[in-house]
Design a protein around this ligand. Structure first.
Ligand code: AMP
Ligand code: ZN
Length: 119
């Protein structure tokens, strides 16, 4: 399978193994790894392997990867043992959304009761 990749992108480098990460789950379409600055007892980043800058770039052609991310999240929740207690999936988009890495990613947060609304 071939992916779009951006040689200046942090998460593309992580996907290629050029930057080390703590892998949690991987398949043909997605890679999941532990966040370096966890905001909850469990904080896992799930990315599509193909480079997509943000949710703004999701369209009918590439939206299948979002389903693959959520299928991976459900699998990881069972694997890591927090499916029953629950969890949150967050996607930050753009400046106001708080996005700091320009490769579409979803935060999978678990292990404590999470507050609502977010800040
Ligand atoms: P966002 O702010 O939504 O763009 O999320 C980016 C996330 O990537 C943050 O939660 C960071 O802590 C995380 N992060 C940045 N660099 C790394 C890295 N090298 N390994 C794992 N997580 C990272
Ligand atoms: Zn990328």
């Amino acid at each position: 399978m071939s992916y779009n990749t951006d040689e200046n992108c942090l998460f593309c480098k992580i996907i290629k193994g050029e930057i080390p990460s703590a892998a949690v789950y991987e398949n043909d379409e997605v890679y999941a790894f532990r966040d370096i600055e966890p905001q909850a007892p469990q904080h896992i980043i799930i990315v599509p392997k193909t480079h997509i800058a943000s949710t703004n770039e999701i369209d009918e052609e590439n939206s299948k990867v979002v389903g693959a991310v959520f299928a991976a999240a459900a699998k990881i929740a069972r694997m890591e043992g927090f499916a029953e207690n629950g969890y949150r999936i967050v996607n930050n988009c753009g400046n106001d959304g708080g996005q700091t890495v320009g490769h579409l990613h979803f935060h999978l947060l678990a292990g404590r009761s999470l507050q609502w609304p977010p800040g």
